[in-house]
Design a protein around this ligand. Structure first.
Ligand SMILES: C[S@@+](CC[C@H](N)C(=O)[O-])C[C@H]1O[C@@H](n2cnc3c(N)ncnc32)[C@H](O)[C@@H]1O
Length: 292
C-alpha cells in the first residue's frame, strides 16, 4: 500500500509531525530499533556497559539531529506560519466533512530542514520554472519559490479545492514570493498530461504525492520532456520510511519507480539520506563533464 493513500492513516507520516523535534532520525527504522533496545535494556538485568552503550547511542542520535538543526538556516516567517497553522488545523474534521481526499497529517509537510535543502537547490540551479507535485499546505512550494527570481514561476498541484482556498487565502498571501506561485487542482496525473500537451517545461520538478502514480509521472517527465534539458527531478520519501529497502509490502510502489529509474541507462541518480530520502535524478548527459 503506497503511503497516505486516500483514507489510509499513515502512522509513520504522523510521526513526521515531530519533525520540529527530530528532523532526521525518526525516519530511520534502525534508530527505532536502537531506542527499543534501550527500553528493553532498561527493564532487564543487562550488563551496565551494554545499558551505557545504548544510552550513549541514543544520546548521539539526538545530538546529531540537534546539530543538524542548529546548522541549518531558519525558515521565513511565512513558512513558519504555514508550519504552525498546519499543526493546529483539525485535519480529521476536515476529512470527515469530505473536504480532503486524503486524511492529511501535519507530518506530511517537508518542514524546515528539507525546505531549506530545496531552497538551496533552487538557488544553485538558478532556475525559473518549478513544478511542485503534492502541495498540501504549500511548505515545499513556498520554500522553493523564495529562491526564484522575480520573473520565476512555480506551479503546485493538489487534488482538493479546500487546500487551494486555505493556502491561497491564508498562507501564500503572507509572503511577497506568493505571487510567483500558481495552484492547480485536480488529479495530478491529469494536470501533468495537460501541462505536457501545452508544451510546458520545468527546470525542477519536486515529486511528493501518491507514489503509485510515480511510474506514470516518469513517462511524462523524461519520456515527453516535461523536464527541460539540464533539469532536475527531486523525489521525496525515496526510502518510504524504510520500506523501500525492506520486504514490507508498503515498499511496493517505491520499488517500482526506483526500478524504472535504475533500468534507464541515461539517468544519473543520487539518493540523499536526508529525512526520508530525497532522490535527485538528472539526465547523465547533463551530469558528465567533458575533456579536451
Ligand atoms: C506529502 S503531501 C505534500 C507535502 C508538501 N510537498 C509539503 O511540503 O507540505 C502529498 C499531497 O499530495 C496530494 N495528492 C495525493 N494524491 C494526489 C493526486 N492523485 N493528485 C493530486 N494531488 C494528490 C495530497 O492531497 C497531499 O496534499
Amino acid at each position: 500500500m503506497p503511503r497516505c493513500f486516500k483514507t489510509v492513516q499513515c502512522t509513520v507520516d504522523q510521526c513526521k509531525m515531530s519533525s520540529t523535534r527530530r528532523s532526521m532520525s525518526h525516519y530511520d527504522p534502525a534508530v527505532a530499533q536502537v531506542e527499543k533496545a534501550l527500553q528493553l535494556a532498561q527493564s532487564s538485568n543487562v550488563p551496565p556497559e551494554l545499558l551505557q552503550t545504548l544510552e550513549l547511542a541514543c544520546d548521539l542520535i539526538q545530538k546529531r539531529d540537534d546539530y543538524t538543526d542548529s546548522n541549518t538556516s531558519y525558515d521565513s516567517a511565512a513558512c513558519r506560519n504555514i508550519l504552525e497553522q498546519t499543526l493546529k488545523h483539525d485535519w480529521d474534521a476536515v476529512h470527515r466533512q469530505g473536504k480532503t481526499t486524503w486524511n492529511l497529517r501535519p507530518g506530511m509537510m517537508t518542514g524546515r530542514l528539507e525546505g531549506q535543502f530545496l531552497k538551496s537547490l533552487v538557488s544553485i540551479h538558478k532556475c525559473k520554472k518549478i513544478l511542485d507535485i503534492g502541495m498540501f499546505t504549500g511548505y515545499s512550494a513556498l520554500s522553493m519559490a523564495e529562491a526564484l527570481p522575480a520573473d520565476g514561476k512555480l506551479i503546485t498541484l493538489d487534488q482538493d479545492i479546500y487546500l487551494k482556498e486555505l493556502v491561497e487565502g491564508q498562507f501564500f498571501k503572507q509572503s511577497p514570493h506568493g505571487k510567483k506561485i500558481e495552484i492547480r487542482i485536480g488529479p495530478a496525473i491529469n494536470t501533468v498530461k495537460k501541462l505536457t500537451a501545452d508544451g510546458e517545461q520545468f527546470d525542477i520538478i519536486f515529486l511528493d504525492a501518491h507514489q503509485g502514480d510515480y511510474v506514470e509521472f516518469l513517462e511524462y517527465i523524461f519520456g515527453q520532456n516535461l523536464l527541460v534539458p539540464g533539469g532536475t527531478l527531486l523525489i521525496d520519501n525515496a526510502f518510504v520510511y524504510g520500506t523501500g529497502y525492506t520486504s514490507n509490502p508498503r515498499g511496493g510502489s517505491a520499488n517500482r519507480f526506483t526500478d524504472v529509474l535504475a533500468s534507464n541507462p541515461n539517468l544519473h541518480r543520487v539518493l540523499v539520506p536526508l529525512r526520508d530520502g530525497i532522490l535527485i535524478v538528472r539526465r547523465k548527459s547533463d551530469v558528465e563533464g567533458t575533456v579536451d
